[in-house]
Design a protein around this ligand. Structure first.
Ligand code: FRU
Length: 482
């Protein structure tokens, strides 16, 4: 282990984890923290035959605190084994938190890049936006996927554009035909969000090669950027590659944004070249539910693009999480395979979920089952004329399709209810062809039209049950074995 500060943090972390009692809302196949607070997925990768997921972790307080990187591994993306903390805030350049970042694997070496966050109260008139904050880009290497070597500072605020504020963070690295690339999220001085693109030939010296943003104002900060390309299954030639720039924008207001979450996560299809001239198509939400933010993707060894989001929402007091009473808060989404077809980006639960199916039940038009805490529900083959479908979960959470609108609604809007203060989210859709709902003790994830749009939420039922009413549709329900 590292220095005396890291050693003491390690001892304290182990002590709080020993006393952890996650309680009745701990999920069976979603990644949860052993204790305390979890936010963004970090460093997602395949390494040495296993899936590695790191997470923003504050073990000492379920309402958040200084961030470190928790670490879990999995063989099948469905069962996660917690290994401990991989990176502590133990250096002058990351002392206020080991913030979000990525893992890039090459030749059996895991290269981690993250933001070393420093809040300085000594700066004159600091506001942590234009002064009083450092955003350090740090590179650290592991050869066993468990332990990390010395941290190297590769960029500081002086290396970012001078008209950016102190808010530059969340590096994501990949290799292109022309060398290594990195994107970081940034807030400009004029309160516009943007993505900075850097290039490198050795992973240590980085140079700014582009700045990408919308032609119109679109929020003041873009967090957790990611960039990847998908092969469109239905197209050849020019439209065959879909370039996806994923960001989590803060500060969207007016129009439809006011009825949605305080912050958003979504993607722009990018036309052109991310290191040259490019244009961003309209923003599309990854998820329109209550609990989804800061997703990250990685490519699995078998070539799938897999996305995992944080199933939570920062800076929200309208609704709460009942797990706080049990000393922990938040989880990851189920890992989702991201594909493209006909220019549309689709998300569906990883196929490993199917291997956990048990106790299949089937109904035409309707189905009802009590007591299932972990389930996978498929409502398929909607007749094109169908303008009504209704799924009721744990009596209180209602999913309805009608008049071109899909809605997720908690009937009881009180903080002491199943939704713990969550109310209603909805989006307009051209039509509904199918709906898949994955439930895991205290989370619900809804995938519409083969994953064109999703809705994720936490929920806290006293008793469990699923009722479906979808005239003309075919309904299948499986238990999911943990
Ligand atoms: C997104 C975020 C990141 C940051 C991290 C800190 O939720 O704010 O931008 O690196 O969380 O925990």
């Amino acid at each position: 282990m590292g220095n005396p500060l890291a050693n003491d943090l390690e001892t304290l972390r182990q002590a709080v984890e020993r006393n952890a009692r996650p309680g009745r809302f701990a999920q069976a196949f979603h990644l949860v923290p052993p204790v305390g607070w979890l936010n963004d997925p970090n460093g997602l990768c395949c390494f040495d035959g296993a899936y590695h997921a790191f997470f923003q972790y504050s073990p000492f307080n379920s309402e958040g605190g200084v961030k470190m990187w928790g670490h879990s591994v999995s063989d099948d993306l469905m069962g996660w084994e917690y290994l401990g903390t991989a990176l502590y805030p133990d250096q002058p350049f990351d002392v206020s938190g080991v913030y979000s970042g990525c893992a890039y694997v090459e030749d059996g070496v895991m290269h981690v890049f993250y933001t070393g966050n420093v809040k300085r109260e000594d700066a004159d008139g600091y506001d942590y936006v234009n002064s009083g904050r450092e955003a350090n880009t740090v590179h650290v290497v592991s050869t066993d996927g468990m332990t990390f070597g010395n941290k190297h500072l590769v960029m500081t605020n002086g290396d970012y554009p001078q008209d950016d504020t102190n808010h530059v963070r969340d590096p994501k690295v990949w290799r292109s035909a022309d060398g290594y690339r990195m994107v970081q999220g940034a807030r400009r001085e004029d309160d516009r969000g943007e993505v900075l693109v850097f290039g490198s030939s050795d992973l240590d010296s980085w140079e700014l090669v582009n700045r990408v943003s919308t032609e119109y104002p679109f929020g003041y900060m873009w967090e957790c950027p990611d960039y990847f390309e998908l092969a469109d299954a239905r197209r050849t030639g020019a439209g065959a590659t879909v370039k996806v720039l994923s960001v989590s924008p803060q500060g969207l207001e007016g129009q439809d944004w006011d009825r949605r979450n305080v912050y958003q996560s979504g993607y722009f299809v990018l036309q052109g070249d991310i290191v040259g001239a490019c244009r961003l198509h309209p923003f599309a939400l990854w998820d329109a539910g209550f609990d989804f933010y800061a997703p990250q993707t990685f490519e699995s060894d078998d070539g799938r693009r897999i996305l995992i989001g944080w199933m939570g929402m920062p800076d929200t007091d309208e609704y709460v999480n009942k797990t706080v009473e049990d000393g922990w808060q938040h989880c990851f989404t189920i890992p989702r395979e991201v594909t493209a077809a006909n220019g549309r980006v689709l998300q569906r639960p990883v196929r490993e979920l199917d291997a956990r199916h048990a106790n299949e039940r089937h109904g035409e038009d309707a189905l009802s089952a009590d007591g299932t805490r972990c389930f996978d529900l498929l409502v398929d083959e909607f007749p094109p004329s169908l303008d009504f479908a209704y799924v009721r979960i744990a009596e209180d959470l209602v999913l309805t399709w009608g008049s071109g609108t899909f809605e997720m609604r908690f009937l009881d809007e009180g903080k002491d209810s199943v939704g713990a203060g969550r109310t209603c989210r909805y989006e307009h859709l051209d039509g509904l062809r199918n709906m898949r709902v994955v439930g895991d003790v205290s989370s619900i994830e809804v995938f519409l039209n083969d994953g064109e749009l999703t809705f994720s939420t936490r929920y806290y039922p006293e008793s469990y049950g699923v009722r479906v009413d979808a005239p003309g549709a075919s309904v299948t329900l499986w238990d999911v074995e943990a």
